[in-house]
Design a protein around this ligand. Structure first.
Ligand code: SF4
Ligand code: SF4
Length: 370
């Protein structure tokens, strides 16, 4: 109550003569999206998206007049539309809400960094949303400060237009796996300088060294590897990521069969040969994921560069933790030859180095650690 005894808020009568239409507030449109029908103005953009762009025909408008509602088509499954989350972006009134982002953060607490989706060879332009410097959490869970809050498409007519697929929205699932942050020699933590010195010794002493080059390396990293170590190894490019269960192989809109962002440029630098290790390889440098360690030649020593915790990290003679795409700037070249830039969103964790700096330190003349 106000000091004078008047109510602080005066309830005004609605100026509308029509009764309010009560609608469903949280309708589960799919496993990823809820619909607030009281916000919906029935513009039908979301319905048209599924008919004209994603071609899933998964949404329609049920009933007529003031009981009309956007609803999933009974004969289709909106969960199977791999582009479904684009309807969230095109809804003009915010009636379609992403379950993974709902209540996660006020938008003004976030900032966006331009990036490139690494989910396939299309290399869609995206914005990665994360906590703004000014609004960093001090006392609450500090991991929120270095986590991806959401991913949205960045309009790029040369690559993806205004769309991305749901895999691009979910790249945090790839990046935010438990990180490897300690250099190791046979599982024993060491500092970066010691790990580099041992790697250098192994390279100098190898008779048949082979390198499996990452198709997730940026243009700059691939060039750094070629310049520093390309002549010391026989090189071939491996697929760091392959098709996952439930993921579409390829389609006419965006999704490409190659599930790596820079395989084309890597093969341009290092050749098209499929990764095959000769029986007499005595040193294998593995950069990134996707290598089956059961295929290692007997007795071959391993230098491994990786970003996430994995059992093989501790078995390698030398393990060097490397930064993620969200911790450094660079470029990818997509399957059409379009070069796109990505910027850093977060600081590298302590103990982690940029792969390009490691290659420079390993190549002749030997440099220093990062
Ligand atoms: S785009 Fe939004 S406002 Fe338009 S019909 Fe769909 S839910 Fe309703
Ligand atoms: S089409 Fe490929 S590059 Fe584009 S968002 Fe999907 S996975 Fe990422």
């Amino acid at each position: 109550m106000h000091a004078a005894g008047l109510p602080l808020r005066v309830q005004r009568r609605s100026i509308s003569a029509e009764p309010k239409v009560a609608q469903t507030k949280f309708y589960d449109l799919s496993e990823r999206i809820v619909l607030d029908n009281e916000r919906c103005i029935l513009c039908s953009r979301c319905v048209r998206f599924t008919h004209e762009i994603s071609k899933s025909h998964a949404l329609g408008i049920k009933q007529r007049a003031d009981v009309s509602q956007v609803r999933p088509n009974e004969e289709r499954n909106f969960d199977e539309d791999f582009y479904s989350d684009n309807v969230i972006d095109i809804c003009p009134v915010g009636a379609l809400l992403s379950k993974s982002f709902l209540y996660r953060a006020r938008v003004w607490y976030l900032t966006k960094t331009p990036s490139v989706c690494p989910g396939c060879a299309r290399g869609c332009s995206i914005d990665v949303w994360h906590r703004d410097e000014e609004w960093k959490l001090q006392a609450l869970d500090a991991r929120e400060n270095t986590s991806i809050a959401r991913v949205t498409p960045r309009d790029n007519p040369a690559v993806n237009g205004p769309w991305i697929c749901n895999k691009g929205r979910d790249i945090a699932r790839i990046f935010e796996r438990p990180r490897a942050t300690e250099p190791m020699l046979k599982g024993r933590p060491v500092d970066t300088a010691d790990a580099l010195a041992e790697a250098r010794r192994l390279i100098d002493g190898a008779g048949r060294p082979v390198a499996l080059v990452s198709s997730w390396g940026s243009n700059e990293e691939l060039e750094a590897f070629r310049d520093a170590l390309g002549s010391a190894f026989s090189c071939c490019v491996k697929d760091d990521h392959v098709l996952q269960p439930g993921e579409p192989l390829e389609d006419d809109l965006l999704i490409r069969a190659d599930k790596n962002p820079n395989g084309g440029y890597a093969r341009k630098l290092f050749g098209d040969a499929r990764p095959a290790l000769p029986d007499d390889a005595d040193l294998v440098l593995v950069w990134g994921e996707g290598f089956d360690f059961a295929a290692l030649p007997r007795g071959a020593k391993v230098i491994l560069l990786g970003s996430w915790l994995a059992p093989e990290n501790g078995h390698a003679e030398v393990f060097l933790p490397v930064s993620l795409q969200t911790e450094r700037a660079g470029h990818y070249t997509n399957f059409q030859g379009v070069v796109s830039a990505f910027a850093a969103c977060f600081e590298r964790p302590a103990g982690v180095s940029d792969a390009a700096a490691l290659f420079a330190a390993l190549g002749p003349p030997a440099g220093g650690a990062t």
